[in-house]
Design a protein around this ligand. Structure first.
Ligand code: SAM
Length: 234
């Protein structure tokens, strides 16, 4: 059970009580700040890759792990039928306070409706948590997809994180997939229970899609080893 520290931070920001940022770190990286204003970014401040994903949206849309609802709210303002889901109660409370009409406290695997577009943004593959769960999540997403539907998802190839200054690499080829990270975060001195967070390189995502009859194409590369992919029924 999480303490919903992420949700509490979003609620603080929404309620005008912004005093500090979330601190994150992983098993392979040092502490870093995740600025709360970034989690409330307007369209103009979104990475190009997210703007592109929003431009490609069509029909009835599901925003998975919607957070504070930035993508959903923009889509709603353009007249789309959009539903945001998040496994953080605080995040969903914030979405509602910001005016999102359809926001539900729910984990992806609990969703049963079908959609023309399913969005998973800000390292969307993170929600799969670990390599061994990728097929289960992709099969579930496939069930939620209308026949001509699309999944728009972003992630990064983080092999660069294993390089040292001389360009050498310390990737351990005997260990699990290099994009599987233990992710930690704290806010106002309180630490969340550690969670798994998965970064998938494009080729690995594509192969996983193909094995269950999904087509996966790269839409664009981002600025730092990240990419946006579009997954459809093949
Ligand atoms: C990195 S944040 C991204 C938030 C938002 N999409 C954005 O771009 O600002 C990931 C979000 O996914 C949510 N999440 C994690 N696992 C989830 C799951 N299994 N089902 C639904 N939401 C989940 C978290 O609570 C968090 O709000």
């Amino acid at each position: 059970m999480t303490k919903d520290i992420f949700g509490n931070a979003l609620l603080d920001y929404q309620n005008g009580n912004y005093s500090e940022d979330i601190i994150t770190w992983t098993n392979i990286s040092d502490k870093d700040e995740l600025p709360l204003p970034y989690l409330f970014r307007p369209y103009s401040e979104m990475p190009k890759l997210e703007q592109k994903a929003l431009q490609l949206c069509k029909g009835k849309i599901l925003d998975v792990g919607c957070g504070a609802g930035n993508h959903s709210l923009w889509l709603e303002s353009k007249g789309f039928d959009v539903k945001g889901i998040d496994s953080s109660q605080g995040a969903i409370d914030v979405c509602k306070r910001r005016g999102l009409k359809n926001a539900e406290y729910k984990a992806l695997l609990e969703e049963t409706d079908t959609f023309d577009t399913i969005l998973l943004l800000m390292n969307g593959t993170g929600i799969f948590q670990e390599m061994k769960q990728v097929t289960k999540y992709l099969k579930h997403l496939k069930r939620l997809l209308k026949s001509k539907g699309q999944i728009l998802i972003d992630s990064s190839d983080i092999s660069y994180m294993y390089e040292d200054e001389d360009g050498g690499t310390w990737l351990d080829l005997n260990s699990d997939y290099y994009g599987e990270l233990d992710y930690f975060f704290s806010y106002k001195g309180e630490e969340e229970a550690p969670m798994k967070w998965l970064y998938l390189d494009f080729e690995t995502l594509k192969t996983a899609c193909q094995t269950i009859g999904l087509n996966c194409e790269k839409v664009m590369d981002g600025e730092h080893f990240d990419y946006l992919a579009r997954i459809t029924n093949s």
